[in-house]
Design a protein around this ligand. Structure first.
Ligand code: BGC
Ligand code: NOJ
Length: 817
């Protein structure tokens, strides 16, 4: 039994850090280093791996997923003092430390540990604009006697292609190659043939020895928890040929009482032009490595790079700062949620401790949605991403479901036909333009399916996305679902009985019958966004045409999409209802309630309110809102993967966090601040600090899934970090609960906060303007009127017109009943 009260960490908001106080967290609690192509995953004991741009094709270090002991492989520092030895970050050696602390910060992680009067510290980060991880390591003798210490670094190289590395041993065990030059250990496997990149591991001190051969360092039948070299206190100076290459420096460090020393380790990646690869036959060109090393040749230089990184994050997080009466809300919104938004934006669903970095590229729908919590942070990157995504769209408006980050090409293995995909491009684009005012993105010429001979403006791409829905309607005039919609596991055309088939790519149904109410709501919502965009850009006629289609869709939903108390979820391949009271299981689903209500459907006739009441009655739990109920108790080939999961997990009635914000937004749109905030507080990690032991996953970021009421362990969270929950939660909280919402003309202020909040304060950079907004809540019976004073002048509406108010302004908002 777990002790549900155990805590393993807490927030340190002044330093933008989460402080972890035990190496033995319920699962590895990780952080991400790097935000510009070079990335590292780092756990609270230094576990994890590093890659350049593509975690499958450019993996630098090796990590063993799903291994025992859990979290094996990382950047390790072993310290030995006499007969004692320990790991600086608490693992992989079993030695118990006198004191341990891990601080995950914005793009860096710092370990501090004490043992045998030695205080050791390692600060790990990827400096800005750098293809290297840097570790500042210090050792201090806090005792009264001289210490003669041995310090061993350790990491294991991955042979670049992570999939091949984990499977193709008949080759791999013969390819490893290294070069040793002073204090730098180079990894050059496959450099002799087609690779023009190598990696290296350097320390800015003379070595007492080194190892590059794993077997030699660990010793026969040993593991990372008890390397023979550490036990012997002497490196073997091994040279890896063929067998698994590693990099380990051996340093002898003498410390008088009170003395402290500090070293800088650099693990870097270099690419060369084909003609510059070699310094001499068989000897790699080390010029770029030496340049990289020189940038961090002293602790001062490395520290300056760390300070620069910290400043970068301070400035980024200063673009939107909120203060509410609820400190948990502020902790998440001001720090960790935005940080997670950047990480998910960068990596989509590729590399986490649950996603192996091998299987999945950048998701089309995922990457579009990931922009909505990130555009205000780095809009230039969002612009580039939107255009990359647009270039993977096919000429018929459909989309590749994923693309590979190195090539930026659509991933043919998985293909397309997920019929919600196209319209997400409208969401990301409109959101980007509202934030930045940059309509020029619409005029960019973008190829279809990366074929330069067939291009159209980005606006044309959006138009084709819209038409793709119009051209793919089913018998009820509702959108055909294709392989699946947002719910990848609702595979209505798959009919699989073969366990060797993928639910994601198998299709047997004719695919012209099964329809999705989620896509119907999505089409009304983002179709209307497209129509508004048409008006904004002088395409009035097109707007009129689009609205005809949208109106028809509204009618189809009214006629065929309402089940009596909530919105239906779908029609299956035989035309039967899914998500209806008539079904024995899976009677009500969350997605269609969220999307139809967000789209404004049923607001005028009471259906929206009924749907939200049904969600409250059937789906809400203490830990969040479940995806559907009742859970499917048996596998049903006409439903697909959703029914493959045990009840309460993942899409089968788990709390699939990504869609909870849709309900939070819907409740805010219906003016129900209490429910909206209640749902938010059940979901948002900063509110759940007393549930660390139950939840198991990192208490500072969202997880994709929390086990639902039918599971064995309701409330347990899995698949942390890379989830659309991050951006959607931020978007829901800032744009709908706080109501600070970018629009084409300016920033709208429409809070939906509970009456016991006496006000909020928001500092928001918006394009070139900076608004300091104080909201006073005088509404005791619901917010019916919003008065806005800007620099003392009253506005006619609750929107700050940007054209008139660029620059810095004080805004005072009063909410009244
Ligand atoms: C998961 C989904 C995911 C899909 C595609 C399924 O196994 O349950 O959440 O979207 O795989 O990767
Ligand atoms: C995770 C996938 O990344 C996302 O695209 C999908 O919408 C959800 N799972 C729901 O199935």
């Amino acid at each position: 039994m777990i002790d549900s009260t155990t805590k393993y960490g807490h927030f340190d908001n002044d330093n933008y850090e989460y402080v972890i106080t035990s190496p033995f967290t319920p699962s590895p609690w990780i952080n991400y280093l790097g935000n510009d192509g070079f990335h590292g995953l780092i756990s609270n004991t230094g576990g994890g791996y590093t890659f350049f741009r593509d975690p499958k094709f450019r993996r630098l270090t090796r990590y063993r997923y799903n291994n025992v002991p859990v979290d094996t492989g990382g950047r390790y520092f072993y310290i030995s003092d006499g007969d004692d030895a320990w790991s600086l970050a608490g693992r992989p050696m079993d030695t118990v430390l006198d004191n341990y602390e891990c601080r995950h910060g914005m793009g860096y992680t710092r370990f501090t540990s004490n043992k045998n009067d030695i205080e050791a510290q390692a600060t790990c980060f990827v400096p800005l604009h750098t293809t290297a991880e840097v570790y500042i390591v210090s050792l201090e003798n806090k005792g009264a006697v001289n210490k003669q210490l041995n310090l061993f670094s350790f990491l294991e190289w991955c042979l670049w292609n992570a999939e091949d590395d984990a499977t193709n041993f008949q080759r791999n065990l013969s390819t490893g190659e290294v070069e040793i030059s002073g204090s730098t250990l180079f990894h050059k496997t496959e450099f002799r043939e087609r690779r023009n990149h190598y990696a290296f591991y350097h320390v800015n001190r003379e070595l007492a020895g080194f190892d590059t051969c794993r077997d030699s360092f660990l010793g026969p039948y040993r593991g990372m928890h008890n390397p023979i070299v550490v036990e012997n206190k002497q490196a073997n100076n091994s040279h890896a040929h063929g067998f698994a290459p590693i990099a380990s420096h051996h340093l002898k460090i003498d410390l008088a009482p009170g003395e402290k020393t500090s070293l800088v380790f650099v693990m870097g990646y270099c690419e060369l032009d084909q003609e510059d690869k070699w310094a001499s036959p068989g000897v790699i060109n080390k010029v770029p490595a030496n340049e990289l090393i020189a940038r961090f040749s002293s602790t001062e230089k490395a520290q300056a790079a760390l300070d620069e990184l910290k400043l970068y994050w301070r400035e980024l997080l200063n673009k939107c700062v909120v203060k509410t009466p609820d400190s948990a809300f502020d902790t998440s919104i001001n720090i960790w949620n935005q940080y997670q938004n950047m990480v998910t934006f960068n990596l989509s669903r590729s590399a986490s401790f649950y996603e192996s970095g091998i299987g999945r590229g950048m998701g089309f729908r995922d990457s579009n949605q990931d922009t909505i919590g990130f555009t205000h942070m780095v809009p230039e990157k969002v612009r580039e991403r939107i255009l990359d995504l647009s270039a993977t769209q096919k000429a018929d408006g459909s989309a590749f479901h994923q693309y590979q980050p190195l090539t930026k090409k659509g991933n043919a293995n998985i293909g397309g036909n997920f019929n919600d995909d196209p319209m997400w491009l409208v969401l990301s684009t409109c959101n980007y333009i509202k934030e930045t005012g940059d309509f020029s993105i619409l005029d960019e010429l973008v190829p279809f399916n990366n074929d330069e001979t067939n291009s159209g403006t980005h606006f044309e791409h959006l138009h084709r996305a819209f038409n793709h829905v119009v051209n793919n309607l089913g018998p009820h005039g509702l959108p055909l679902i294709g392989r699946a919609d947002w719910n990848d596991c609702l595979n209505l055309n798959c009919f699989s009985t073969d366990p060797n088939e993928s639910f994601q790519t198998t299709q047997r149904g004719a695919s012209d019958v099964a329809e999705s109410l989620m896509i119907a709501g999505q089409f009304v919502l983002y179709g209307e966004e497209f129509a508004i965009l048409c008006e904004q850009t002088g395409h009035e006629e097109l707007a009129v045409t689009c609205r005809k289609h949208i109106d028809k869709m509204r009618e189809a939903v009214d006629k065929h999409g309402w089940d009596g108390e909530w919105f239906l979820r779908a029609y299956d391949a035989k035309g039967n209802k899914v998500g209806s009271v008539e079904n024995p299981e899976g009677k009500i689903f969350i997605e269609s309630q969220g999307f139809c209500v967000m789209a404004g459907l049923g607001h005028d006739n009471g259906r929206a309110a009924l749907a939200m009441d049904a969600v409250a009655e059937h789906l809400v739990t203490d830990y969040g809102i479940m995806l559907q109920q009742p859970a499917f108790s048996e596998y049903d080939k006409y439903l697909g993967e959703i029914s493959s999961y045990p009840p309460g997990y993942k899409e089968n009635a788990g709390i699939f966090c990504h869609n909870n914000p849709w309900i939070i937004i819907s409740e805010a749109m219906l003016n129900n601040p209490t429910r909206s905030l209640d749902y938010f507080s059940k979901l948002c990690p900063s509110y759940l600090q007393d549930k660390q032991a139950l939840r198991r996953s990192e208490p500072y970021v969202y997880s994709q899934m929390v086990a639902g009421a039918d599971s064995a362990m309701p409330g347990q969270a899995k698949n942390s970090w890379l989830t659309g929950t991050a951006s959607w939660s931020y978007y829901a909280a800032v744009q709908y609960i706080l109501g600070i919402r970018p629009e084409y003309e300016g920033l709208r202020i429409a809070p939906c906060i509970p009456s016991d909040w006496d006000g909020i304060h928001v500092k928001r950079q918006f394009r070139d303007a900076y608004y300091d907004i104080s909201v006073v809540n005088k509404a005791e019976n619901g917010i019916n009127k919003i008065n806005v004073l800007i620099d003392g002048e009253e506005l006619a509406d609750n929107i700050i017109p940007y054209a008139k108010y660029s620059g810095r302004h004080q805004v005072i908002v009063t909410l009244v009943s």
